[in-house]
Design a protein around this ligand. Structure first.
Ligand code: GLC
Length: 625
């Protein structure tokens, strides 16, 4: 084999350090530089033989890789930082779209063109290892305008229907794969215990059993029977471990509990996920008893990989390793890298400072602080998934399914999911279902004509936004399309200027869109304008049906007595028609609460496990017609 010294690389690194004034490090790096053989690639290398076993292909490829090529596979960067020949120069193994990180041309073709461009560059490298592209497609291909947007997991939890959840994941995989993407950062199999947490809606339920059942179904839907199938994508169970159990529901906070409880409440759904098996798992920002999860080798390696036998790869969260050393989230240090990689992180969602990551990890390996065997284990796990996905054989986007993105058939399934997710909490005098032939209906409320609020966070942008952010049916439009042509529908956002003789008012209120820590809320109170709107309607003497659009149970105890009927609609997504289907009786409500509904904020955390101690509505509650 031809011997080629990598002094140039080492000197380049040394030059970087010397420029940065770190002469000592420069000397050390040069001194400790290793000479490395860059193996010649045989004419027809085994790793390119699709008839060979994946294990043999992985070992063959690994044997040909330089340290730089291996470390590159462990680096994941956001598409917004990919410019020039970054992917080929640094052998980058993965690209992601963080929330809202979309191509300028946000169409199926625009996504496929972007993906193919990155892939072409990756394949131009010496060994031609394709990238794997990850994205948060957590309730449909939710970054893509025009894609079908399904109810967020809290609504799917209310359906307790694993077959539906599996079908939704299958459809999401089709729409994601149609644009080239390989991997979704979902399902979130968190078990939220305190609704003050801004990510409650990303959880199916407070109940580990229900989360385990629905999480497994989602993974089966995303991954199908064969990851190499053009309509399947890699799933990512997240966030390991304890993200939903932090004190006070503080996002990225500290989950303080015994190991026994951690296993029963939070690790339990991962057992089901591993039965599929899920191909990737994302480490969690939170700490467990004060120890950052991204640094926890006991849980990431001893428990997850060795005891539970997880054979996929662990990806960090966004800058998730950066706070290990106690520094600011934006700063990544050698200690962060050394600790997280040795703890069992296989791929780092950097997502920007790839030069720093690669240089520091190279140095750590050369100094023996991160072993070659740890690097090889991480790269072996990543390459195994890439071969299972068939990325070496089918590297580019399959553009044949553009027409399925947001198609009517998919939207009908989303509409069914909306129907099944609705929970009827109050129905005074059996006011519901309403007749389609009423003379006069008022529709009011800040969320009545607002697709963006229906969809919630993680929709088109990271935080989501109010208004016409994508194609869909608002609840107002759905009502108009459902009632008879002789029924007068009066829309009044704040409930003023309404016909006093109206038969009924449907008032759609709730939360504005949010994601992650931006959704942490200490009060869970209704917004004053929403309460005012309902009072305006009440003052006019019109019966009130409230439709609550929210990412979690809210504190409504002081208000609910003024309402004649209440439906919890959660975050239903683009297909508002499903809400009208239930209001007007085409379908009876079947949803059941997958979270205990608190009577007061002082009760939190309140869950079924503590007997729902005096809750407003208990876990599992839901009326029907
Ligand atoms: C975010 C979230 C994680 C998501 C990732 C990539 O910070 O914690 O759920 O998958 O970054 O967007």
């Amino acid at each position: 084999m031809k011997k080629v010294f990598l002094w140039l690389l080492i000197i380049a690194i040394a030059a970087v350090f010397s420029l940065a004034g770190c002469k000592a490090e420069a000397a050390e790096v040069v001194e400790k530089a290793v000479t490395e053989e860059v193996a010649d690639i045989p004419e027809n290398p085994l790793y390119k033989d699709a008839s060979a076993s994946i294990e043999d292909r992985v070992e063959d490829l690994l044997s040909l890789m330089t340290l730089a090529e291996k470390i590159g596979q462990m680096a994941q960067i956001d598409r917004m930082y990919v410019g020039g020949d970054v992917i080929s120069e640094y052998y980058i193994g993965s690209v992601l779209s963080g929330g809202g990180s979309v191509p300028y041309d946000n169409t199926p073709e625009g996504w496929a063109d972007m993906y193919d461009g990155f892939q072409e560059e990756a394949l131009s490298t010496r060994l031609g290892i394709p990238i794997i592209y990850g994205i948060d497609a957590i309730h449909g291909h939710n970054n893509l305008v025009g894609a079908t947007i399904f109810p967020h997991n809290i609504g799917l939890g209310a359906t307790s229907d694993p077959d539906l959840v599996r079908l939704i994941a299958q459809i999401t995989a089709i729409e994601v794969a149609a644009t080239g993407m390989d991997w979704t950062f979902g399902p979130c199999i968190t078990v939220p215990q305190d609704e003050r947490w801004g990510r409650t809606y990303e959880g199916f339920s407070e109940d580990p059993e229900l989360v385990a059942e629905l999480g497994k179904a989602a993974i089966e839907g995303y991954q199908g029977d064969d990851l190499a199938d053009s309509n399947t994508i890699l799933a990512c169970a997240k966030h390991f471990i304890g993200d939903g159990g932090t004190s006070g529901g503080v996002d990225r906070g500290d989950t303080i509990c015994s190991e026994e409880y951690l296993r029963e409440a939070y690790i339990y759904p991962y057992i089901n996920a591993l039965e599929v098996p899920v191909g990737s798992i994302m480490a969690s920002f939170n700490s467990w008893n004060g120890v950052k999860m991204h640094s926890n080798s006991y849980l990431l390696t001893d428990v997850l990989k060795e005891e539970l036998g997880f054979e996929g790869f662990v990806v960090s969260d966004w800058q998730g390793i950066n706070e290990i050393d106690g520094s600011a989230r934006e700063e990544m240090s050698r200690l962060d890298i050394e600790t997280s990689i040795n703890a069992g992180i296989d791929m780092v969602m950097i997502p920007n400072d790839y030069r720093g990551f690669i240089n520091m990890l190279t140095e750590l390996v050369n100094q023996g602080k991160v072993s070659q065997s740890r690097i090889d284990d991480a790269v072996r796990r990543i390459l195994t998934i890439k071969f299972k996905l068939g990325l070496f054989e089918n590297s580019y986007a399959d553009r044949s399914n553009f027409g399925l993105v947001g198609c009517e058939e998919h939207r009908e399934i989303a509409r069914e999911a909306v129907r099944e997710s609705l929970v009827l909490l109050k129905n005074e005098g059996s006011l519901l279902p309403l007749s389609k032939d009423l003379d006069s209906i008022v529709v009011a409320g800040s969320k009545a004509d607002d697709i963006g609020s229906q969809c919630g966070g993680w929709t088109i942008t990271w935080q989501g936004a109010v208004g016409e952010i994508t194609e869909g049916t608002s609840i107002l439009d759905a009502i108009k399309d459902t009632v008879s042509k002789d029924t007068i529908v009066t829309y009044s956002r704040n409930g003023t200027e309404v016909p006093p003789d109206a038969d009924v008012a449907i008032v759609v209120i709730g939360e504005k869109p949010y994601a992650e820590y931006n959704g942490d809320d200490k009060d869970l109170l209704l917004y004053t304008p929403d309460k005012d709107t309902i009072n305006n309607i009440r003052d006019a003497g019109i019966p009130v049906v409230v439709i609550l659009i929210s990412g979690r149970p809210m504190i409504i105890t002081e208000e609910i007595d003024k309402w004649d009927a209440l439906i919890a609609a959660w975050l239903p997504g683009t297909e508002g028609q499903g809400v009208a289907d239930v209001i007007f009786g085409d379908n009876a409500p079947t949803g059941k609460l997958s979270y205990t509904w608190p009577r007061s904020i002082e009760q939190l955390p309140i869950n079924d496990t503590d007997g729902s101690k005096g809750s407003l509505f208990p876990f599992g509650f839901g009326l029907t017609y």
